[in-house]
Design a protein around this ligand. Structure first.
Ligand code: COD
Ligand code: ZN
Ligand code: ZN
Length: 367
């Protein structure tokens, strides 16, 4: 079977013939149908999100269960599934307390590039090939832990479903689960890519009244308006988003701000753009060594909440089917997120489109 293999940071992906071992106990083999090209995959390619190499990227996808290992109970062969890239263990402190997004095991898997038993199922000419987020869906098939797949309804097209595995869950969860945005409130969203647009549409869904989108690409701001932004700020034209945001929020600052890029400057900006006792939520993942500077006096004197969200604080087996229902009811738009469709052989073109700033979500199709 074919897979996109990253051999060195900064180099194009190579479409290689790889071997895939049978699913072990508690594991599931999936025939991949669609994979979304997320900025985090791009971060892996460039070495900003380092993982052991060679590796197969892809953490946002959908497919059909093809085989199950011993003891698997949650899915059966033939089930349609969305990948859950935070494959939680189900029994650590965080899993037990309802926060599988913080699962210790799932975090370890980000670093080891393996499945929970410390090994990988992929190889190429007897060389081990590692995982990204225990998913690696930029391949015709993959083997993942049982918790790494969420069974879904069969009437959602695979390309739409794929997006729910990362971009939609992350953006929606940031608004609904982490910030719990209240109706009538004001929201700033910095970065209107695949994830940011989902912050915007979720804010609209829960009844935010003022939704201010900030991006440095005009086409992204046009998309932001399509998804519900009421005001836009072009960051390529001004360094001062503060003046317009104050003007549109009765001089106070926004109730909530979401940073959806992963840069220290814009994280500090998000903190600065919220009102006293407001909330800034960092969605974007900055390179691991970066620091953010916040005025110390402002912490007690303005009592703003500065927090983050990881995978939209998802409980995937509950939230992913719920989001798909919202799509089928016409309450969330997944169609307009897709700006391009590529075959596996064209995968480097899909990454080039994301890098250029033009693509929202490109889909790799496996027909
Ligand atoms: N000012 C304004 N806008 C900017 C700036 C800037 N200085 N820099 C970039 N932007 C805009 C770009 O024009 C683009 O529209 C947007 O920011 C980023 O969007 P994308 O499409 O490139 O990125 P996404 O939306 O696919 O990825 C979003 C994150 C960067 C948040 C993503 O990598 C991430 O961190 N995901 C969520 C956290 C997480 O759970 N990560 C692990 C798996 S994704
Ligand atoms: Zn756990
Ligand atoms: Zn992602």
């Amino acid at each position: 079977m074919k897979a996109a293999v990253l051999r060195e940071y900064g180099e194009p992906l190579q479409i290689s013939e790889v071997q895939l071992a049978e699913p072990g106990p508690g594991e599931v083999r999936v025939k991949v149908k669609a994979a979304g090209v997320c900025h985090s995959d791009l971060s892996v390619l460039g070495g900003n999100l380092p993982i052991p190499l060679p590796a197969i990227p892809g953490h946002e996808g959908s497919g059909v269960v093809d085989a199950v290992g011993e003891g698997v109970t949650r899915v059966q062969v033939g089930d349609h599934v969305v990948f859950n890239w935070v494959a939680s263990c189900g029994h650590c402190y965080y899993c037990d307390s309802g926060r599988p997004d913080m699962c210790d095991t799932a975090f370890d898997l980000q670093v080891t590039g393996t499945l929970p038993d410390g090994t990988t199922r992929f190889s190429c000419d007897s060389e081990e090939v590692y995982y990204f987020s225990a998913t690696s869906c930029m391949a015709e098939m993959t083997v993942v832990p049982e918790s790494g797949v969420i069974p879904i309804r069969r009437d959602v097209p695979f390309d739409r479903a794929a997006l729910v595995g990362c971009a939609v869950m992350t953006g929606y969860g940031a608004v609904v689960k982490t910030a719990q945005v209240k109706p009538g409130s004001s929201v700033v969203v910095i970065g209107c890519g695949g994830v940011g647009l989902n912050v915007i549409q979720a804010a609209k869904l829960v009844g935010a009244e003022t939704i201010i989108a900030i991006d440095r690409v005009g086409a992204k701001l046009a998309k932001a308006q399509q998804f519900g932004a009421t005001h836009v700020i072009d960051a390529s034209q001004t360094d001062d988003p503060f003046t317009p945001v104050l003007e549109w929020t009765e001089g106070r600052g926004a109730d909530y701000a979401f940073e959806v890029i992963g840069r220290p400057e814009t994280i500090a900006q998000a903190y600065g753009l919220v009102r006293k006792a407001g909330m800034a939520v960092v969605v974007g993942v900055a390179p691991p060594h970066e620091e953010v500077s916040i005025n110390a006096f402002s912490l007690p004197s303005q009592t703003k909440i500065l927090t983050g969200t990881w995978y939209g604080q998802a409980v995937p087996e509950v939230d992913i089917p719920l989001i798909l229902d919202l799509y089928m009811e016409g309450k969330l738009d997944l169609d307009a997120l897709i700006t391009g469709s590529y075959s596996l052989d064209q995968i480097n073109d899909a990454f080039a489109a994301l890098r250029s700033g033009q693509a929202v979500r490109s889909i790799i199709r496996f027909d």
